[in-house]
Design a protein around this ligand. Structure first.
Ligand code: NAD
Length: 406
């Protein structure tokens, strides 16, 4: 299909009709100029659709913005293999973020901790007074925790304000609250507040997904065993875990970006969560069930919103949210988790069988052809020839281009 035909197919499959056009609309320069500073142009990234996703019983087309070939194909492939086991089933903790308020220069840090906790109700009310709209939508401060941390420059008391952010990612919302609380925290403790800002280690905003991949669909129990061996290394070896989690983020970042959300916030949260036990580890787990099928699970912080940030400004993000049929930011966070699991499973399956390069390079062949200067149809001809020869290199692409132009 051509991109226009695909968009038409997406409009029909999603039932959105012409409404889906928004997803194919580029950001305008005047819109971009209102988003960030010193704008001189736009940097575009391809937007594709991952298929086959069955999530909590619902068929969902996944918009993915990525520059990397094979990511969308692999996500779709993983989702196809999850269908036999009923697709992805998700859950979450709900959308609670933390703001940190750092108090220094107190003589009695544990006494200061208790003093802050004694003023919990007053501090939470003060936070909520800063964002009546968030409270109206059912969010707002839900808790206060205080830690005493021994640092290189002495003990610090760090208050954590927990805020239910509902459909907002929440950084601006909780930062505003933390700044508002700071003078009162100083008065209560007699200390000096420096930092007052969100933590991206959003461990109260976890999203989870689970899928059963039937062994027959994977190529037999040997493949199941291979995936478990590969995944076990990522649990205990940071060198492997970094690449394993990078593969998860291939899918997650593409979806987060397509919805206009903050990719860095989600990435920081994911990697910090992966290291929470002191050893950087994998965000997924794989096991074999009593039937010999593969059970894959993922859990990670996913701080995404449907209001705030760029989510309601960028036309493609608005279209992507419509296409996903989202009712809440929590819905989006759980779909993000399912996409991460699918992406990771597809990579592990390829790694445990034929290796990752065959599929990857076949899809990368067009980029290689374009890099040596092929244009239009030449790109398809050269890519197909290299894929058939199983020799996908720049040298070969250049040779084929010379032959075509001779
Ligand atoms: P925001 O301030 O633009 O919007 C959030 C506000 O929307 C809420 O405070 C609330 O008043 C209102 N609102 C309306 N309807 C709502 C609903 N249904 N649910 C919840 N709130 C509703 O955005 P934000 O989400 O607070 O902040 C996100 C932005 O902050 C992103 O652009 C992100 O890049 C940026 N940021 C991130 C960090 C970080 O992650 N460390 C730090 C600073 C800024």
């Amino acid at each position: 299909m051509t991109p226009a035909e695909r968009l038409q197919a997406v409009a029909e499959a999603s039932g959105l009709g012409p409404e889906v056009d928004q997803i194919g609309q580029a950001l305008r320069l005047d819109q971009a100029d209102k988003m960030v500073e010193n704008v001189i142009g736009l940097f575009q990234v391809p937007l594709g659709i991952a298929t086959n996703f069955l999530i909590d019983g619902r068929d969902i087309l996944i918009p993915m913005a990525t520059e990397e070939p094979s990511v969308i194909a692999a996500a779709s492939n993983g989702a196809r293999m999850a269908r036999g086991g009923g697709g992805f089933v998700t859950s979450s903790t709900g959308p609670v973020m933390r703001a940190q308020i750092q108090v220094t220069g107190v003589f009695d840090p544990y006494g200061a901790k208790h003093l802050i906790l004694e003023h919990k109700d007053e501090l939470m009310k003060m936070a909520n007074d800063k964002d009546p709209l968030l409270v109206k939508y059912g969010g707002g401060a839900v808790g206060l925790e205080v830690q005493v941390i021994d640092s290189r420059v002495g003990p610090m008391v760090v208050a954590h304000l927990l805020v239910d952010c509902r459909d907002a990612m929440g950084a601006n919302a909780v930062n505003t609250m933390a700044e508002a609380l700071a003078p009162t925290v100083e008065r209560i403790t007699g200390g000096r507040v420096y930092l007052r800002i969100i933590s991206n280690l959003a461990d109260r905003r976890l999203a989870r997904a689970r899928a059963v991949f039937p062994k027959e669909d994977l190529g037999g129990e040997e493949v199941v065993d291979g995936i478990i061996q590969a995944a076990a290394l990522a649990e205990v070896d940071p060198y492997r875990a970094a690449t394993h989690n990078k593969g998860i983020m291939n899918g997650i970042t593409a979806l987060v970006l397509a919805t206009g959300n903050d990719t860095r916030a989600v990435e920081a949260g994911a990697h910090a969560y992966a290291a929470r036990a002191g050893l950087y580890s994998s965000l997924t787990r794989y096991e074999k069930n009593s039937n010999g099928d593969l059970v894959g699970t993922i859990e990670l912080p996913v701080a995404v919103g449907l209001v705030g940030g760029a989510t309601r400004v960028h036309p493609v993000a608005i279209g992507a949210v419509k296409l996903l049929g989202l009712k809440s930011a929590d819905d989006l966070s759980r779909i993000v988790a399912a996409v991460g699991l699918s992406q990771n499973f597809a990579a592990l399956r390829a790694l445990s069988t034929e290796g990752i390069q065959r599929g990857h390079m076949t899809l990368h062949a067009k980029n290689i052809a374009a890099q040596v200067g092929a244009k239009g149809e030449q790109i398809d001809i050269i890519a197909a020839k290299m894929a058939a020869e199983k020799k996908i290199t720049m040298d070969r692409a250049a040779e084929l281009l010379r032959e075509l132009e001779a």
